[in-house]
Design a protein around this ligand. Structure first.
Ligand code: TXA
Ligand code: MG
Length: 328
């Protein structure tokens, strides 16, 4: 039987031309010599380093201004490589079979080979196989797992194109591989499968419902305090645009208070804003959110009013990012 992974690998070959292969080769060399590389994934752009090289990983924290107790996701190019960094269990294997390559990061017991700095001092590590030809080829050519957070400065919206990576952290990286705009636009789902029950630590590209349908059991949501303990990244304010963002499920006139305002959402606003961005559906809203936040910042608008999406499918992840962007 041809697996989903083998099928995708065949398709990837057609997506990369010779010039790109050379660029990826150079980037893989940088990774092996302990440097940082910017690269695309299907979710957002990543800032990568050799996950097994503590000194290289330390450079990621410095470049992003990221707190050192916030662990990184380890990117692998196949299940064998995943097995070299974490202890797999049957549930993890089952989910990998269904959702990899794809935006699902699995938290599992880490092996000793993974430096503490990569896992923010935790006993577990998050692994994922991205659904992106360039990312997978980079990991494969480097021959080592690549630790990569989103390639933005800490607290800023994640970058969904190469130019934004250069703007945010360009001086820290020698290469940013340009793979065009990313297809999902929000980060991967982080699911803890190290214990008896699966726990959703961060909603993302694969929805809670899809995982529940595959596993035939409920995926738990952590309590607030527990979420912070289990996934330190959820403690920090994220995705913040430079101007305030407020959420609405209806009227917005009381929120804007005479300011120049921008509207983002799926339906028309009740009043006429300074900038208006209407998305076709929730998928497009999710895909474009981070890019649009940066565009609006530069537009002269003083406040962003964002329509709250339904919490089904990718809507849960979208709402999560909007709430964080609003600083609630
Ligand atoms: O889509 C993505 O996941 C992107 C691309 C580049 O792959 N990466 C990304 O990484 O969003 P970052 O560092 O921005 O977010 C990683 C999240 C954080 O919330 C972190 O706390 C959590 O994953 N995480 C990583 N390792 C963990 C672990 N061992 N236990 C719990 N949470 C973990
Ligand atoms: Mg991030």
């Amino acid at each position: 039987m041809i697996t989903r992974i083998e099928e995708r690998l065949e398709e990837y070959k057609a997506e990369i031309d010779e010039a790109m292969i050379l660029e990826i080769q150079q980037a893989a060399q940088k990774i092996l010599s302990g440097e940082l590389v910017g690269f695309p994934t299907e979710t957002v752009y990543g800032l990568g380093a050799n996950a097994l090289d503590a000194d290289a990983v330390m450079k990621i924290y410095a470049a992003k201004g990221r707190p050192s107790d916030n662990p990184l996701i380890i990117h692998v190019c196949d299940i064998e490589m995943a097995e070299s960094v974490v202890e797999l269990n049957w549930r993890a294997r089952f989910l990998m079979d269904i959702f990899w390559p794809g935006p699902l990061s699995l938290v599992l017991k880490a092996r000793e080979t993974v430096p503490k700095v990569t896992r923010g001092g935790l006993e577990t590590a998050a692994v994922r196989m991205p659904d992106n030809a360039i990312a997978l080829e980079l990991v494969r050519m480097a021959g080592v797992p690549i630790a990569a957070p989103s390639a933005n400065r800490s607290g800023r919206p994640s970058p969904t194109d190469a130019l934004t990576v250069k703007e945010d952290i360009g001086d820290a990286v020698s290469i940013v591989i340009d793979g065009g705009p990313t297809k999902v636009g929000l980060e991967s789902t982080v699911l803890d499968v190290s214990g008896e029950f699966p726990v959703l630590l961060r909603p993302g590209g694969i929805s809670k419902e899809e995982i529940e349908k595959a596993l035939h059991i409920e995926v738990l949501l952590p309590f607030d305090g527990e979420a912070i303990k289990r996934s330190p990244g959820t403690r920090y304010r994220h995705y913040a645009p430079k101007i305030p963002l407020v959420l609405t499920d209806g009227s917005c006139s009381s929120l804007v208070d005479g300011k120049k305002w921008a509207w983002i959402g799926i339906s028309e606003p009740e009043h006429s804003p300074h900038v208006k961005i209407i998305f076709r559906d929730v998928e497009e809203y999710a895909k474009e959110l981070f890019r649009v936040l940066r565009v609006i910042e530069k537009s002269g608008a003083e406040i962003i009013v964002a329509q709250i999406p339904d919490e089904t499918g990718i809507g849960r992840a979208l709402k999560d990012r909007l709430v964080r962007a609003s600083g609630i």
